[in-house]
Design a protein around this ligand. Structure first.
Ligand code: GLC
Ligand code: CA
Length: 560
């Protein structure tokens, strides 16, 4: 495999609105990020992805962009952005922005012009259709955030398509003129010094044509958009063109947010000549989901988690690098989701960290994950901001769940869980702002915060630093970065164990998700010299190929 500059990197996602507020308005901003670059450098990460900071009405927290080439004043100015690029570079950090081009905002000038003249140049930037002769909407597709995916275009008799919120009209990628505009904008950013993009919702840019109805799957008479998009053919033409016109000439890093990918498409998406450098592996998050809604989702158990990771590792083995995550701004906190209740301690959090971090791929850390930040238990829907949580609550109520049950269901999966402010210290508002934060701080900030963990050996934060250091050791690179993942002890319930095969030097990663000690035996170890590189436990013992693990212990071993 040809080596690329991003293969041995660790990435970190910043959700600007909730990271650090520099001016007391309760909203995190670019100067706030700049003030924390040394913290990030010290953590040891290499690539920073910042979620959208472009001009936006924030109907979907910036994923609704009204101007791709301006910074929203709430986040700062273009000078701040230039300074961020410069300051990041000075520290050897690579910067990615979020590329949201499946849709823009209904406040974008293109959309406003389309409203004025649906049949003109800008009307063709969107998917506009008229109602069917029988008076029904152009299709019966349900938007991802609920309700029909069509809304009336201004006061015309046209309707526009939106896969997400009604303030996020989809852009018409079939139109070459639109595609040119997008590439121009991307290159403008890349020329400014960005190192690449995280590419939002990209699987949706190709619609199954012609637009038509599909069988309804809920009482609302609508059908799920994910299954609709599954039928689309030919997305490769757009993505190949985008790569050749933007990423490739800049040797930039691109990571796609791609759901529902078929195994047969994996090579095209992230193989050696893939459309993207990498794509996120969302399979662990997808496994418990239900088409009925969040209320019907199943919580994963450690066995499910392990099997799912191994399946993905196998798929990617001969193809390329997945980007591995346990959480992001659209998901609950990984430690609150994947760990059984008895394991939600610092020890358990480190266990989960070690298990996903050492997999083959590019590890991404979402802000606060390195502290073991947890879900927030919302006491009422009044505290919730996220559009999709509000919709899922409605769906749960409609399905007959009580208010309390519905709240519990959305609490587990709410996107606001990861959007609560970063917990910097145990002072007012966790040191995030001197004002009133836009979203409530998790009340556990006195117990979980960066200031405490920075000076406390054995903290989750220091464990993440160790993991990062280990992955970067040159001696271990063939195993830790490029090594094949070989699951072992797969029959041992709640034990997750795998080799990363290097050249003569292998890593062995073993985690015990049980609440009791475990004894496991690996014949191979009898013939190898074994050295402990890292553990979250008190002791480590092995003898004659037998390893004894404490409850929730993870060990990373070097075998020569
Ligand atoms: C992606 C983003 C999510 C957003 C959606 C629409 O899934 O990660 O936050 O709501 O796209 O842009
Ligand atoms: Ca601010």
């Amino acid at each position: 495999m040809e080596k690329k500059w991003w293969h041995n990197k660790i990435a970190y996602q910043i959700y600007p609105k909730s990271f650090c507020d520099s001016n007391g308005d309760g909203i995190g901003d670019l100067p706030g990020i700049i003030s924390k670059l040394d913290y990030l450098k010290d953590l040891g990460v290499d690539i920073l992805w910042i979620s959208p900071v472009y001009v936006s009405p924030l109907a979907d927290q910036g994923y609704d962009i009204a101007d791709y080439q301006q910074i929203d004043p709430r986040f700062g100015t273009m000078e701040d952005m230039d300074r961020l690029i410069k300051e990041a570079k000075a520290r050897g950090l690579h910067l990615l922005m979020d590329l949201v081009v499946n849709h823009c905002s209904d406040e974008h000038i293109w959309f406003k012009k389309a409203c004025e003249d649906p049949e003109g140049k800008y009307g063709a930037y969107f998917y506009l259709k008229k109602k069917s002769p029988d008076g029904s909407l152009p299709t019966n597709w349900r938007s991802y955030f609920g309700g029909p995916a069509w809304d009336r275009l201004g006061d015309t008799d046209w309707y526009y398509f939106h896969a997400f919120h009604k303030k996020q009209p989809d852009l018409n990628w079939e139109n070459p003129e639109l595609r040119e505009e997008i590439y121009k904008m991307m290159n403008w950013w890349l020329d400014k010094g960005l190192d690449g993009f995280r590419v939002d919702a990209i699987i949706n840019i190709k619609k199954p044509l012609p637009f038509r109805n599909y069988p309804a799957d809920r009482a609302d008479g609508l059908c799920d958009l994910g299954s609709v998009m599954d039928r689309a053919q030919g997305i490769g033409e757009f993505l190949r063109e985008m790569r050749d016109r933007t990423f490739a000439p800049h040797d930039s890093f691109s990571v796609g947010e791609v759901f529902n990918i078929k195994d047969s498409q994996l090579n095209d998406f992230m193989g050696p000549d893939g459309y993207f450098s990498s794509i996120f592996d969302f399979s662990q998050m997808e496994m418990g989901k239900s088409i009925k809604g969040w209320y019907d989702c199943k919580e994963p158990r450690p066995e499910d988690y392990k099997n799912c990771c191994f399946k993905s590792q196998k798929k990617a083995e001969r193809i390329g690098f997945f980007s591995n995550i346990i959480e992001n701004h659209d998901e609950p906190r990984g430690v609150s989701y994947y760990l059984p209740e008895y394991a939600r301690s610092e020890k358990g959090k480190k266990l989960l960290a070690a298990m996903y971090f050492m997999l083959r791929g590019i590890p991404f850390i979402y802000q606060g994950q390195e502290l073991g930040m947890e879900n927030i238990a919302f006491e009422s829907m009044k505290e919730v901001d996220d559009v999709s949580t509000i919709e899922e609550y409605r769906v749960a109520r409609e399905a007959g769940l009580s208010e309390e049950e519905s709240l519990r269901a959305v609490n587990l999966l709410s996107r606001d869980n990861t959007r609560t402010p970063f917990q910097w210290n145990d002072g007012p508002e966790a040191g995030f702002t001197t004002g009133k934060p836009w979203l409530r701080v998790n009340p556990n900030y006195r117990r979980i915060n960066a200031a405490d963990q920075e000076q406390r050996g054995g903290s989750v934060l220091s464990f993440y630093k160790e993991l990062i250091r280990l992955r970067k050791e040159e001696r271990l690179e063939e195993a830790a970065v490029y090594g094949k993942t070989e699951p072992v002890l797969t029959e041992e319930r709640d034990i997750m164990a795998y080799f990363r095969r290097g050249q003569g030097c292998d890593l062995l990663v073993i985690g015990n998700f049980r609440s009791e000690p475990a004894k496991v035996a690996l014949e191979e170890l009898k013939k190898r010299q074994v050295k402990l590189l890292l553990t979250n436990g008190e002791t480590f013992s092995h003898e004659g190929g037998q390893i004894t693990l404490e409850p929730l212990q993870a060990v990373i071993l070097e075998c020569v």
